[in-house]
Design a protein around this ligand. Structure first.
Ligand SMILES: *Cc1c(COP(=O)(O)O)cnc(C)c1O
Length: 399
């Protein structure tokens, strides 16, 4: 085992090119009121990266998810089916708008299980939102089919899945709209988020939820009924900053490199872990799709080991590795935010609810261990250290 502790994971790596991109933007503009500057340039590049007609940039993925909820026209009296297991911001903006969030259990990949949908459908269901957990695409064929058959909007949270596809098609292009957080995700703007869509109307409504006044006047069709809100928008301003957009353009310029390096690391782990009874790579079968390259996900096999997944993780950490079992991403369904019966009720009065159990999500959580995917030329030592340590420790704890 390689004993020297490698440099810890930092993302993105601040190189000269990034420094210069931000420096140039400092001289150019610190605030764009329309889409003619760096924000518009970033959106154009992001749309081309995502394979959609439009992209709209926000100050965070959470804000972009809020714009998606509002642009979809969802509010009080509506229901959305969401994953019980995801990062909470997939669903919190819907709760904020008074939408009732109905939670679906996870399949073997930690993704919303399409088989759970029929039992959750009501006359008020308007949409389904899905996250591609840890980069593995959800079963978009089944989800899209269910949504079509029941006249529901399909919405995607692609924050873990910037580089993923399903059945040969990019994730984020299956539904009405999709959101990519660009916080410390595979493509990052520092803080930020992007809403993508192919639909003019959704794009214009999304602009009204965050990009008001000058930009809305320039870019919304004056014949559209919502044009009269161009000045005020719908009440919130949450556009991306120019410096974040400059960072994003730099990162998009490096997307091919990031993808190539990260896929190569996944392939190496796949090779080395082939036949390992204790841990396997938690990456979707290439015949079904490709992983989104957010993290290195591992599946732990408790029946083959003398320790628990947490104990294995602790040992790896003792050897200077950055493996962990995700903390703030878990079962979100029991959070009080989702249990306000109506929007007018003060948050202080929301009743406690009987915690619901989601066995599929729990099975996934109990056996999922992750590590950073790294992705820079200088990371070779860290990658090798994680790989060697994982092999040695899993051998040690094998039954
Ligand atoms: C990061 C993330 C978000 C939230 O994005 P922010 O940019 O941090 O607001 C939403 N959903 C998922 C799945 C995420 O990983």
């Amino acid at each position: 085992m390689n004993a020297s502790a490698p440099a810890s994971y930092t993302w993105p790596r601040v190189d000269d090119r990034l420094r210069q991109a931000v420096g140039r933007q400092l001289d150019r503009s610190l605030s764009d009121r329309d889409g003619r500057g760096v924000i518009g340039e970033f959106e154009k590049e992001f749309a081309s990266f995502a394979g959609t007609r439009y992209a709209v940039a926000y100050s965070s993925g959470t804000s972009a998810l809020h714009a998606m909820c509002a642009a979809a026209g969802l509010g009080e009296g509506d229901e959305i089916i969401a994953p019980a297991y995801t990062f909470f911001a997939t669903a919190t903006p819907f709760a904020y708008e008074g939408v009732k969030v109905v939670f679906a259990d996870a399949d073997g990949w930690g993704n919303l299980d399409p088989a759970a949908l029929p039992g959750l459908l009501t006359a008020r269901t308007r949409a389904v939102i899905v996250t591609h957990m840890w980069g593995n695409p959800a079963d978009l064929t089944a989800l899209a089919e269910f949504c079509r058959a029941n006249d529901l909007l399909l919405l995607e949270d692609c924050s873990h899945a910037h580089f993923a596809d399903w059945a040969g098609q990019r994730v984020g292009t299956f539904g009405a709209m999709a959101v990519f957080s660009t916080n410390q995700k595979a493509i990052t703007t520092g803080e930020g988020g992007v809403l993508v869509t192919d639909h003019d109307q959704f794009r214009e409504l999304a602009l009204l939820h965050g990009h008001y006044n000058k930009r809305a006047f320039q870019e919304i069709n004056p014949q559209a009924p919502h044009y009269r809100y161009a000045l005020t928008g719908m009440g919130l301003k949450s556009r991306m900053t120019t410096l974040s957009a400059a960072i994003g353009l730099d990162q998009l310029g490096k997307a091919d490199d990031i993808e190539e390096r990260r896929r190569a690391i996944l392939d190496r782990f796949a090779d080395v872990l082939d036949g390992n009874p204790v841990v396997s790579l938690a990456t979707v079968d290439p015949e079904r799709g490709s992983n989104g390259l957010y993290v290195l996900g591992l599946r732990f096999h408790p029946e083959a080991a003398t320790v628990t997944a947490q104990q294995l993780t602790d040992r790896l950490i003792q050897h200077g590795c950055e493996f962990d079992m995700p903390g703030s991403t878990g079962v979100i369904a029991n959070e009080p935010l989702f249990h306000r019966p109506e929007r007018a009720m003060p948050w202080t009065m929301v009743p406690d609810v009987e915690p619901a159990v989601f066995p599929g999500a729990q099975r996934f959580i109990d056996t999922f261990v992750k590590a950073p995917l790294f992705g820079y030329a200088g990371d070779e030592q860290a990658v090798a250290h994680h790989l060697d340590t994982l092999v040695a420790v899993s051998k040690d704890v094998a039954r």
